[in-house]
Design a protein around this ligand. Structure first.
Ligand SMILES: [Zn+2]
Ligand SMILES: [Zn+2]
Length: 120
């Protein structure tokens, strides 16, 4: 069963370590994650709703750092493999199929630092 839905990366300045590094973006139906490759800072998002939405319906308000990305994915609704709009903000994560407008809406759940180096 192919569970992987979205897998892409976005190079930007990490909010945690302040370095410009790849942020690995993964989403499956039950969870979405953004992970800094440099420091391991991880943000977890959990699904809130799935819906067929009009473009812009979930435009966030008051978030200063929103990433607008486009990635190829196989839509779980219309089954077409094509461009999906990714919108990632401070407390939400949405994936919208451009073919049928089916939208996965995730909300921010928790964050942790994946790599905790121990001083030797
Ligand atoms: Zn980082
Ligand atoms: Zn679709």
């Amino acid at each position: 069963m192919m569970d992987r839905f979205i897998f892409t990366r976005y190079r930007t300045t990490c909010y945690n370590c302040g370095e410009e590094s790849d942020q690995v973006i993964k989403a499956v139906p039950y969870q979405a994650q953004v992970i800094c490759q440099n420091c391991g800072a991880t943000r977890i998002f959990v699904p809130r709703i799935e819906d067929v939405a009009k473009a812009g319906s979930y435009t966030p308000i008051g978030c200063f750092d929103v990433w607008q990305l486009v990635t190829m994915a196989a839509c779980r609704h219309c089954r077409v493999t094509g461009p999906h709009d990714l919108t990632i903000g401070c407390n939400h994560f949405t994936v919208r199929c451009r073919n049928c407008d089916f939208t996965h809406f995730y909300k921010f759940d928790l964050e942790y630092i994946g790599q905790c180096p121990i001083e030797e």
